[in-house]
Design a protein around this ligand. Structure first.
Ligand SMILES: [Mg+2]
Length: 189
């Protein structure tokens, strides 16, 4: 008997689809999510909160204050280097951070939840890239929210290349949502 007969092949594409796809981090209704029982939010930084490598602006600073007022724990999970992430954290105050997070690996997400004292059932992830942010959050079993990049065409060339792959995946995602199928396996409150 062929041993591969027993290997259950998971369709990888479903792990690449975000649970939610919205225009902007700043358009998400966090009060409602808190009422639904979510307590921690993990954020990608570049192009999720501000343009790539841009400093924290007034909107981001006010946003983290508001999240803290609602009662959320927040954490920045970035593949970028420490000086970039630390400086951003210091500007917005109400969060912790993990740099060189190794997304889409699961370890960074798990460490993030440990630090916040939350788990996969009450944590949300917000990011702009499928092949790092969303894939990793789905693998960690966290509700994944994809946002459109703050500033799309001012990115490094390898990110622009990934955007083409993302466009293909998002096409599949749209077909999936049109037909009303379960988007990914992460349970939603
Ligand atoms: Mg990003």
């Amino acid at each position: 008997m062929c041993p591969f007969y027993y290997v259950k092949i998971e369709p990888m594409s479903r792990n690449l689809y975000p649970r939610d796809y919205v225009d902007s981090t700043y358009s998400i209704d966090f009060k409602k999510l808190y009422e639904q029982g979510y307590r921690g939010v993990i954020f990608d930084v570049d192009n999720t909160l501000v343009p790539h490598n841009a400093p924290a602006d007034d909107r981001a600073i006010a946003f983290f204050k508001e999240l803290n007022d609602i009662g959320f724990q927040a954490l920045l999970l970035s593949n970028n280097k420490e000086p970039r992430v630390k400086k951003f954290k210091e500007a917005v105050t109400y969060c912790s951070y993990i740099y060189k997070a190794g997304k889409p690996g699961k370890a960074g997400y798990e460490k993030a939840m440990d630090q916040m004292g939350t788990d996969a059932s009450n944590t949300i992830f917000v990011g702009d890239q499928i092949l790092t942010d969303i894939w990793g959050a789905n693998r960690a079993g966290i509700r994944s929210v994809m946002v459109k990049p703050v500033l799309k065409w001012h990115e490094e060339i390898q990110i622009i290349f990934k955007r083409f792959l993302e466009a293909i995946i998002l096409l599949g995602y749209r077909v999936y949502t049109i037909y009303g199928k379960e988007i990914n396996k992460v349970p939603v409150k």
